[in-house]
Design a protein around this ligand. Structure first.
Ligand SMILES: [Zn+2]
Length: 338
């Protein structure tokens, strides 16, 4: 059973203490999922901030309100970015440049940030177009998806020029206690979650979310990858934590019920894998399988994520010998049960 001990989320520029010396705050996002949770760990003379929010005027304004309000007498001393996604590190470059704050990240996330948030160029868009075409998306639709992607603001101020690398083998002392680093894979390459045994609290980032299944996608940079295997096999270390751990996720509300939430995520992917296998009883493109896994109409942006998630399930099944893949003379992948 998942239970939510805090029914009200903090309002803009408000802080709520959720564990000893752990403050919860929220920043808006311009998506259907309209917020991200951030955490401030009270280090006595300053705060450690976990994740930054996206780079938008409203986020910068909210930070400025916090800095003259609740954070006027105790400043942020350093920033930990759990992973490279724009809602988590969108303002890392701004904090580094304008406030001279050190940015702590794993090397794997720093490399991903440079790859994804670096300069947009035609070669990158061509690569994306090629990836969508291999997935079986009609050329016209692929073009409009790529155009919409090309026009999308990056939502990241800049990638910091330097970081303090997080060594997963070493605990991080923050908020007056020691946090073990537990790395999550599959949603991002080397995502940081933090567990305090003293407070029995897990900052889970996007690895374990209530109600939402984190996006696990095959990207255009690594079309043969099997991120779903990495995502699922990583659950063991979270199930080794106590069931009554307070989980602080990046979206929705803090919760209790870590083990049942992990079990629900595994069951969700088992359902998806069965549906993907079923969809390949007759030879099918990834796009055809995607339409069965995601039957509601998707816009160009959602199609990009849905195709990546579909490919993650297909590659997982190929890795287990349950599907085989062939390639047409046009370079489109076809899948069929083995
Ligand atoms: Zn994420």
């Amino acid at each position: 059973m998942v239970q939510y001990p805090f029914s009200d989320a903090p309002k803009p520029a408000e802080l709520i203490e959720v564990a000893p010396r752990v403050q919860w705050l929220r920043m808006p996002l311009p998506f259907a999922l309209n917020h991200i949770n951030l955490w401030l760990l009270d280090d006595g003379d300053s705060y450690t901030l976990v994740d930054t929010g996206i780079d938008m005027d409203i986020t910068r304004t909210t930070w400025q309100q916090l800095m003259v309000g609740p954070l006027a007498h105790k400043k942020i001393g350093r920033v930990i970015c759990t992973h490279f996604h724009p809602d988590h590190m969108g303002l890392a470059g701004w904090f580094a440049r304008d406030f001279s704050l050190p940015i702590h990240m794993t090397p794997g996330e720093f490399e991903a940030a440079k790859l994804w948030h670096g300069k947009r160029n035609q070669a990158l868009l061509d690569k994306l177009s090629d990836y969508l075409a291999r997935g079986g998306i009609e050329p016209g639709q692929a073009r409009s998806a790529v155009e919409s992607r090309g026009k999308m603001p990056t939502l990241v101020s800049s990638v910091p020029e330097t970081i303090v690398p997080i060594d997963p083998a070493l605990p991080i002392t923050a908020g007056g206690t020691s946090w073990r680093v537990l790395i999550g894979e599959g949603h991002a390459p080397q995502l940081v979650t933090l567990y305090s045994a003293e407070h029995n609290t897990l900052i889970s980032s996007d690895q374990i979310l209530p109600q939402i299944s984190p996006n696990v996608s095959v990207s255009m940079f690594t079309p043969e990858a099997d991120p779903l295997s990495l995502f699922i096999s990583g659950f063991g270390k979270f199930k080794a934590l106590p069931e009554d751990t307070l989980v602080l996720p990046s979206h929705r509300l803090p919760f209790y019920g870590l083990h049942s939430r992990v079990d629900a995520l595994i069951a969700h992917h088992d359902d998806r894998l069965a549906a993907a296998l079923n969809a390949c009883a007759e030879e099918a493109t990834a796009y055809v399988v995607m339409a069965k896994l995601f039957p509601r109409m998707l816009d160009a942006h959602q199609t990009f994520f849905a195709l990546g998630e579909t490919l993650a399930h297909l590659n997982y099944l190929i890795g287990r010998g349950q599907l085989r893949r062939t390639t047409t003379s046009d370079g489109v992948w076809l899948y069929r049960t083995a």
